[in-house]
Design a binder for this molecule. Structure first.
Ligand SMILES: NC(=O)c1ccc[n+]([C@@H]2O[C@H](COP(=O)([O-])OP(=O)(O)OC[C@H]3O[C@@H](n4cnc5c(N)ncnc54)[C@H](OP(=O)(O)O)[C@@H]3O)[C@@H](O)[C@H]2O)c1
Length: 335
């Protein structure tokens, strides 16, 4: 007998919530019941899952009765308020927000990197930030060959990482600009269409943004390297789906690009796309809707003999959020 799980998706109508349904269905997770939860705004909406139409319910304190696994993606405030309620009702929570990620007793898990940590949970497991996930999936197999000494990363992050309102904003602004009208910005402080914003989340004392410091602190926690020097610059770009990253990583011992390519070609969750002479390198348009973390432009750093440059691209809604969360659910359910 295969055990079936009663699964709740909190934020089911959002960008990540929609991807959760797709991933649960595509991976054939053993779902006995799927409870779709959102705000009052979505009351009565019906969403498809495995050929059935399921009515969206309004999230409240009673939502987690008889639920085994609750996948949260409705923002930090909702997680902080309702994740403890779900745990009290007997569910294991996999949380996509940043509410619990740095809590000492909450594991922060990327299944290709630190799967064992998931089993240490006390009810809540945190899903890391999307930019951190795709970076550590690629760095871990190289770190296993030669320990990392320093990481410098710049991101090129898509608007779907901000949610459905930002996707609408890029669409509308693109039309406004093309029609010669002034673009109206509501989600971002400046137009995102035909622009780049080196501003993701709020700025902190010291000049880094909160998104940048998430990449620093979460990488250290997931990799178990509390002192690893990491420096990040996070940039929002007018791409709908798929985050790109330029990563410079220095190792204790040099790794030749050819060897790095071979290591990465055999690494879980990674796909090497690296033939620049044929114009082949990872691109967000190709990564959207797919599972792997794509890596290319693998080359020696001419300014530092022990460092490599990498270009990493992945679908932020899938590996950056929904896929990673469902993989965690698979880990804890043993499926
Ligand atoms: N987008 C990404 O790439 C990404 C990656 C990693 C983590 N995350 C995290 O995932 C979360 C959701 O992101 P998203 O991109 O899916 O956002 P989104 O598209 O804006 O969707 C937000 C979801 O939260 C629900 N929600 C909002 N307020 C609620 C309330 N008071 N009660 C119940 N449900 C409520 C919304 O329901 P209604 O439709 O009813 O308003 C919707 O389903 C955030 O914490 C985000 O940081 C996102």
């Amino acid at each position: 007998m295969v055990r079936e799980y009663r699964v709740a998706v909190v934020g089911a109508t959002g960008m990540v919530g929609q991807a959760m349904r797709e991933v649960l269905e595509q991976r054939d997770f053993h779902v006995g019941e799927l409870r779709l939860l959102a705000s009052q705004r979505s009351r009565g909406r019906r969403l498809a899952f495995k050929g059935e139409d399921i009515e969206v319910q309004v999230l409240d304190d009673d939502s987690f009765r008889d639920i085994d696994i609750a996948l949260f993606s409705a923002g930090g405030a909702i997680s902080a308020r309702f994740a403890p309620t779900a745990v009290e009702a007997g569910a294991v929570v996999v949380d996509n927000s940043s509410a619990f990620r740095m809590d000492e007793d909450v594991p922060l898990v990327v299944p290709e990197v630190n799967p064992g940590d998931a089993l240490e949970h006390k009810g809540i497991i945190a899903n890391p930030n999307c930019s951190t996930i795709q970076m550590v999936v690629v760095l871990k197999p190289l770190h296993d060959r030669s320990p990392m000494r320093r990481v410098v990363v710049s991101t090129y992050q898509s608007v779907s990482g901000t949610g459905k309102n930002a996707v609408d904003e890029l669409e509308v602004q693109t039309r406004e600009v093309q029609e010669g009208r002034e673009p109206v910005s509501q989600v971002y402080p400046h137009p995102i269409a035909f622009n780049c914003l080196p501003h993701i989340d709020v700025f902190l004392p010291g000049g880094y943004s909160k998104e940048e410091m998430k990449m620093v602190n979460e990488t250290r926690k997931i990799m178990g390297l509390p002192d690893l020097p990491v420096s990040a610059t996070a940039v929002r770009v007018p791409v709908f789906i798929g985050h790109s990253e330029s990563i410079n990583v220095e190792f204790e011992e040099a790794i030749e690009p050819g060897e790095a390519r071979r290591i990465l070609a055999g690494a879980p969750g990674v796909q090497v796309v690296d033939d620049p002479e044929s114009s082949l390198y990872p691109q967000p348009l190709d990564a959207a809707g797919k599972d792997p973390c794509y890596v290319g432009r693998i080359r020696a750093d001419i300014s530092c003999p022990r460092a490599l440059n990498l270009w990493v691209v992945s679908d932020n809604l899938r590996k950056g959020a929904a896929l990673n969360a469902v993989q965690i659910a698979e880990l804890i359910s043993g499926t």
